[in-house]
Design a protein around this ligand. Structure first.
Ligand SMILES: Nc1nc2c(ncn2[C@@H]2O[C@H](COP(=O)(O)OP(=O)(O)O)[C@@H](O)[C@H]2O)c(=O)[nH]1
Ligand SMILES: [Mg+2]
Length: 235
């Protein structure tokens, strides 16, 4: 999907307009196939009252740490399953399994995002209970996962204060496509020339519908509000 358009333009003269159009057609095709599978996932989640949460961010923002802390706080209150996406390894699925939660790792190898059919396969294997939370940790990438609907109910973009307050402005598509923005690592803000309020206001500038939570997944700060929000979704 993540066609290198620059590379393509480079060869534009050799291949002419025709091949450029073909790239665009293939992109449309991939996205429409993905969209119909996403709708099937959504139907399944709706029928079973599963709240599916797609967590997206750049690598290292704290998605897995956020999941660990969330699971710790909610596992006695609601049934939880987790699908982990990474290019390689089962490290994250192992971190979740260590907490007694069923988790399944998807390795995308050279792929830069999860797609709806990968999630469909994983959901069949992991079989989440009715009225449960299903977390999907996407591949760390602030660009490509924005284009791929997985059929989730809620898309959560995690951004940490160490990444710089300007990231929502530079990578707007991810913030536009999300419902929730979690600003993580607020424990580190005092050590940086970072202003979580500026980060928040930039995120809201891109998408004023975002529900924003400011947390330290590591220290547990602000996690109550986020967990209450989740519990409300499976009521
Ligand atoms: N100081 C601080 N570090 C954090 C926080 N959340 C995650 N980290 C650290 O950030 C690094 C990446 O976290 P991880 O959860 O693996 O990120 P992921 O790649 O998005 O899943 C790890 O070293 C974590 O310990 C936080 O709230 N505060
Ligand atoms: Mg992770």
């Amino acid at each position: 999907m993540c066609t290198d358009d620059k590379h393509h333009h480079h060869h534009h003269d050799e291949h002419g307009e025709h091949s450029h159009n073909r790239v665009i057609e293939v992109k449309k095709d991939i996205l429409s196939v993905n969209q119909s599978m996403a709708e099937r996932n959504r139907g399944y989640f709706d029928a079973k009252n599963i709240c599916a949460i797609n967590i997206v961010s750049s690598p290292g923002s704290g998605k897995t740490t956020l999941l660990e802390q969330t699971i710790q706080m909610l596992k006695d209150k609601v049934s939880i399953t987790v699908i982990e996406g990474d290019q390689e390894t089962s490290l994250d699925a192992n971190r979740i399994a260590a907490m007694g939660i069923s988790s399944l790792q998807i390795n995308t190898e050279n792929g830069c995002h999860l797609d709806a059919s990968m999630v469909n396969d994983a959901v069949k294997k992991i079989a989440p209970q009715d009225k449960s939370l299903l977390f999907i940790e996407n591949v760390g990438n602030l660009v490509c996962p924005a284009m791929f609907d997985l059929g989730e109910d809620i898309r959560v973009v995690v951004v940490s204060v160490t990444e710089g307050d300007d990231k929502p402005l530079k990578y707007p598509y991810m913030f536009e496509s999300a419902n929730v923005c979690i600003i993580n690592k607020i424990d580190l803000a005092p050590y940086l020339k970072s202003n979580p309020e500026m980060l928040k206001s930039n995120a809201l500038k891109v998408n004023h519908h975002l529900t924003v939570f400011e947390v330290s997944a590591q220290e547990g700060t602000g996690m109550d509000k986020w967990c209450d929000f989740l519990l409300n979704e499976v009521k």
